[in-house]
Design a protein around this ligand. Structure first.
Ligand code: NAP
Length: 254
């Protein structure tokens, strides 16, 4: 196969689905993966050249099996997008040990294990590669209500991105992150309802607060994030590594 191969995790929904579409549009064969195989298959059906796989990013051997399977089938692995993530809004003092563990298992350990799997196979193949991690605006500032565990898990992703970029650079592997703001996805629908309940206001009022907090004056689309990811994957970003790129309409500037 001549097309470059890109794996996207959490690609059955929201931002991951948009990333899969954008990389496909730019000529990649996309390995669409998700915890939920049916949603991955739905994404893959829309694309020119794609395949769907079930992948739970909290299971290190599953990531490695997928990366090795891609290598065995296609003989190459050009890009890996670690996008899967979860959130649950609640007060810091109410967050249980199991919720904290689950958030870190998916958002931080998942990115760690997927990055290891991708890097091992890219190093074996010896052709370099690109890894992009989906972090968050909440990876750069903790001034975020009701998401203390999520903030901690995403700050870790930003540090991990830099550490990976540093160690993998000699192998020609670039590692970057994107930091989205308020993106209209199923995750956001859940957060609107939680925040409204916790603040005692309507979901519409919460949405208004988020838009008011965004200088560019609208909610973000998954496509806003997908085009930034595609840029980081592309040769236009050939000398960018270790970067955590804000894609948030100015909602947080660092
Ligand atoms: P989403 O619509 O909920 O999509 C997330 C996808 O990840 C879902 O398909 C979900 O599958 C999957 N997933 C969950 N746990 C998984 C696991 N253990 N292994 C593999 N896949 C798993 O959320 P989204 O808004 O697109 O979020 C995508 C990424 O962007 C996340 O990392 C999120 O933290 C980040 N982000 C989102 C926003 C935002 O405002 N939406 C802002 C900043 C950053 P199921 O549906 O089957 O659980």
């Amino acid at each position: 196969m001549n097309r470059p191969i890109a794996v996207v995790t959490g690609a059955g929904s929201g931002i991951g689905r948009a990333i899969a579409r954008e990389l496909s549009r730019r000529g990649h064969h996309v390995v669409v993966s998700d915890l939920d195989l049916a949603s991955a298959e739905q994404t893959a059906r829309e694309l020119d050249s794609a395949e769907a796989h079930r992948l739970d990013v909290t299971e290190p051997e599953q990531s490695l099996d997928l990366a090795r399977g891609v290598r065995d089938t296609h003989g190459r692995l050009d890009a890996w997008i670690s996008n899967a993530g979860i959130s649950k809004m609640q007060r810091f003092v109410d967050t249980s040990p199991s919720d904290l563990r689950r958030t870190f298992a998916v958002n931080t350990e998942g990115v760690f294990y997927c990055g290891q799997a991708a890097a091992r196979v890219m190093m074996e193949l010896g052709r370099g590669g690109v890894i992009v991690n989906t972090a968050s605006m909440a990876a750069k500032q903790g001034r975020v209500p009701f998401l203390a565990d999520y903030v901690a898990s995403k700050f870790a992703v930003m540090g991990l991105t830099q550490a990976m970029a540093f160690e993998l650079a000699p192998h020609g592997i670039r590692v970057n992150a994107v930091c989205p703001g308020f993106v209209a996805t199923p995750m956001q629908e859940r957060e609107l309802a939680w925040e409204a309940e916790l603040r005692g206001v309507s979901p519409e009022e919460v949405q208004r607060l988020w838009v008011n907090d965004t200088p560019l004056g609208r909610l973000q689309t998954p496509e806003d994030v997908a085009s930034a990811v595609a840029f980081l994957v592309s040769a236009d970003a050939a000398f960018i590594t270790g970067e955590s790129l804000s894609v948030n309409g100015g909602a947080y500037m660092d």
